[in-house]
Design a protein around this ligand. Sequence first.
Ligand code: UDP
Length: 577
Amino acid sequence: VQAAFRNNLSYLLELIGSGKESLIFMKKRVRHLASQWLLATRSLAQKLKGRRRDQKQILIHIGFLTEESGDVFSPRVLKGGPLGEMVQWADILAALFLLGHSLKVTVSLKELQSNLGVPPGRGNCPLTVPLPFDLIYTDYHGLQQMKQHMGLSFKKYRCRVRVIDTFGTEPAYNLEEYATLHGYRTNWGYWNLNPKQFMTMFPHTPDNSFMGFVSEELNETERQFIKSNKASNMAVVYGKEASIWKLIFFAFLPQGKEKFLAILNKYMEIHGTVYYETQRPPEVPAFVKNHGLLPQHEFQQLLRKAKLFIGFGFPYEGPAPLEAIANGCVFLQSRFNPPHSSLNHEFFRGKPTSREVSSQHPYVEDFIGKPHVWTVDYNNSEEFEAAIKTIIRTKVDPYVPYEYTCEGMLERIHAYIQHQDFCAGASPPLPAKPNGHAMPSSPNPFTLSPNATHLVWSYNGSSAPHVWPPMSSMQVWVSEAGRACTETCQEHGLVCEPTFFEFLNKKDVFLQLRIACDTTESEMNHLYPALAENVPECYLQKEPLLYSCAGYSTKYRRLCPCRDYRKGQVALCRDCL
Ligand code: UDP
């Protein structure tokens, strides 16, 4: 069946159901963004005109909202608890629905079981029941529940699962045997999935797929209105929970809290949206004008007036800074030096990633930057003060990166649904193979670039392997010792694409790069394929699930599969649609 774009969201609102604050929040968001979603859908439909799109049967099981996983979120929706996940789920639902797929939404174990076709009371059903869904979007909690209640079907069907995973899961943490042996401990389990099945909130981990969410876009009238109504001395502080004000002072700015706030207060009127019950939260200083937690729409109205949105170091990587920038604010945040990671910060401890977070919001730092985003050292009060003075004087237009617009998100999810297939061929778990899978061996598909720095794909015979992203977007670069492929590709204006690892995990490729290998061993190591820094030894990857863009060691120079990307849509290569 072909999928038909939808032009109305009311049936989705019914599907979402009700009864929980979290669901009410999500419905409000869908309703509020409805006209933008519908415009974007029409525009994408134009762009994809005549393209065949299969309609998928999709189950969306939001595990963290089930009573069985404790549902700690719903009761905190109105109390300043995290909302980022709900923002993202609301947008995923809207996008899947508008793309024309057939959806079931579950937020309890009972509904999950009945949708999976597991007979009641047969929790550990040993039989494999046919799965009535092509795709299941869930989270780590939901994954656990599915494993418990699907019996053998889980193994068979896990290639159809997509895991919404804010901060990302690196390959070294995903494979149980390897993680256990090498100390990649996590609180989230080991699922042996294809790492691309994990979908993140920001495109920070190319080993995973970037799912994202949307940020409101302004029309011309709204832009004009903002221009004439900005209060150039108004700052809003990022953070809804009073506890972050404590954090600011004790964890991030051990010395000089008075100095830092006094500086800001010298130039600007400081506003907050910190949740409180009856009294003003004692953590928030008296000169801060606190509005209390606002409904999302009113929060955005506040941002429209404000000139500056200021982060104190927590929460990490949420939607709010993008919304602030979309509403014409400058976002000022602290640089983390040394960067925060699972090794040195409680928040990331036990999370399945070694990512080093260089500021409160690395996406806006790296992908947006000045004049919208200022990342400064808060311990240096001169740098801080100079930034504020400049920001007050600078005119900044509202800005939304294309990948965070409704159309950008629809386009990306459309591409994933039509092209990503983790069930075909090399779907995990397969026994480790030394050489990835079949690939025309002659003629060899690469040529060395004219300056001999990297390999480009040059084979265009009819038996070119059918992969997505297409091989034509690929370049192979060798990293410096101590550098990850993520950074190596970035340095060349490209992005690491783990799908391509299998094509460069070959002796031939070393040869073509004119790398001398006295020995070539095939082992399990998330840094392979690689060559030793000082001796002519080469290494191939033995376990396809360990192909990893992340990871570095001063002992190795890594072979890195990079690809091009569309400006404003890093998830897609130029020929990817
Ligand atoms: N938000 C809100 N009311 C407020 C402040 C924020 O509804 O008073 C919303 C905001 O629009 C954003 C969401 O809360 O979409 C999540 O924001 P944040 O970046 O703080 O991420 P979190 O830590 O909640 O995941």
